[in-house]
Design a protein around this ligand. Structure first.
Ligand code: SF4
Ligand code: SF4
Ligand code: FES
Length: 251
């Protein structure tokens, strides 16, 4: 087993900075993941050529693939750094390549600003409005059959992987993206959320809504939580059509 391995990182000093590449040598340790690699570099930020540099910036929180904050391109594939194991990555290539996601503005180095995704959730009203936090007693029940459909969608951790691979998500488009569409579908299925389903469907019919999906189906392939994105997009498409027809009939 080699004692050291190389890590090439695409760096950027700030939102307006130009990207550049630096390579580091990292001491191999048992059970390393990409976060522990970045921690090792932060402890001793010296490049392969011996140049002292600034520690690499990245985002993370849960360290167990739950928060989605550490998403980045690892060896060209969008995924979470905390669950990317060094031993597996070195089987793919002798150098580990780390880059920030490309569909979100870079804050610094591997740390991106995922606001676009949270704004999309606001746009499609992906929540259930409540008028009190007092005890209203038991809420309506959700059948096991409905739970089976809803639970996989609820696993979304707003990591951004599906937006990263979606050709319709780019600087020139307003497309809300697959995760926001899926969350609107989830809240429309909830017994309380159903009461405001029309508002979410209306938002999905606006520019940047479900009609902007090009059906490339890249999103569903990369979702680490196996959210049934294409199913949800299909349902959103059908539900918005029914909503539009109902609105027309009620004119
Ligand atoms: S199916 Fe739609 S949302 Fe998913 S990657 Fe393709 S265009 Fe994007
Ligand atoms: S749907 Fe999947 S890939 Fe997209 S943000 Fe949620 S967890 Fe990430
Ligand atoms: S740190 Fe939360 S998913 Fe990686």
């Amino acid at each position: 087993m080699r004692e050291q391995f190389s890590v090439r990182i695409q760096r950027q000093d700030g939102p307006e900075g130009r990207p550049y590449s630096q390579t580091f040598q990292v001491q191999r340790q048992p059970d390393m993941n990409v976060i522990s690699v970045l921690q090792a570099i932060a402890a001793q930020p010296v490049t392969q050529s011996g140049e002292r540099t600034t520690p690499v910036a990245w985002d993370c929180s849960c360290l167990e693939e739950v928060c989605g904050a550490c998403s980045m391109l690892v060896n060209g594939r969008v995924r979470q750094a905390c669950s990317a194991l060094v031993e597996e990555l070195l089987r793919e290539s002798s150098t580990i390549d780390l880059r920030p996601m490309s569909k979100f503005p870079v804050v610094r180095d591997l740390f991106v600003n995922r606001t676009r995704m949270f704004e999309a959730l606001k746009k499609v009203r992906a929540w259930i409005p409540v008028d009190t936090y007092g005890n209203l007693g038991e809420g309506p029940t959700v059948s096991p059959e409905e739970q089976e459909v809803m639970y996989p969608i609820s696993r979304c951790m707003t990591c951004g992987c599906c937006l990263e691979v979606c050709p319709q998500v780019n600087d020139a488009s307003e497309f809300a993206g697959p995760q926001a569409i899926a969350q609107a579908v989830l809240f429309n299925m909830h017994p309380t959320g159903k009461m405001t389903a029309g508002e979410r469907l209306q938002a999905l019919m606006e520019p940047g809504g479900v009609a902007d999906c090009g059906n490339a189906q890249n999103c569903v392939k990369v979702c680490p939580k196996e959210v049934p994105l294409t199913w949800a997009i299909g349902k959103a498409g059908r539900d918005t059509t029914v909503h539009a027809v109902k609105k027309w009939l009620l004119k």
